[in-house]
Design a binder for this molecule. Structure first.
Ligand SMILES: [Zn+2]
Length: 96
């Protein structure tokens, strides 16, 4: 079976470029990642949350290679991962 999207590619919502691949990603719990993208055409930066698909390569963590990773992408990945963690804490409903 062929994975139609083996690299967690996404499309740029600004200029509609397809197959933009994540520069980096942070794990979001055991089953998810928050991936960061920068459009090669227009420079738009965004993040996308994914359920980890078994067998797919997970993009490297932000900041592991400063030659590749864009500071703005790193910042957004960290911010979205933090928001996702906060949501889980809130939805759990315990008052720790
Ligand atoms: Zn774009």
């Amino acid at each position: 079976m062929t994975d139609p999207n083996p690299l967690y590619g996404d499309a740029c919502e600004v200029c509609s470029t397809y197959d933009v691949f994540p520069e980096s990603a942070l794990r979001d719990g055991a089953y998810g990642i928050t991936a960061g993208y920068r459009c090669p055409n227009c420079g738009h930066v965004w993040t996308c949350g994914w359920q980890i698909v078994p067998g797919r390569a997970i993009p490297p963590e932000p900041g592991t290679d400063p030659r590749i990773f864009h500071p703005q992408v790193n910042a957004q990945v960290h911010e979205q991962a933090a928001i996702a963690r906060a949501r889980k804490h809130l939805s759990r409903g315990d008052s720790a």
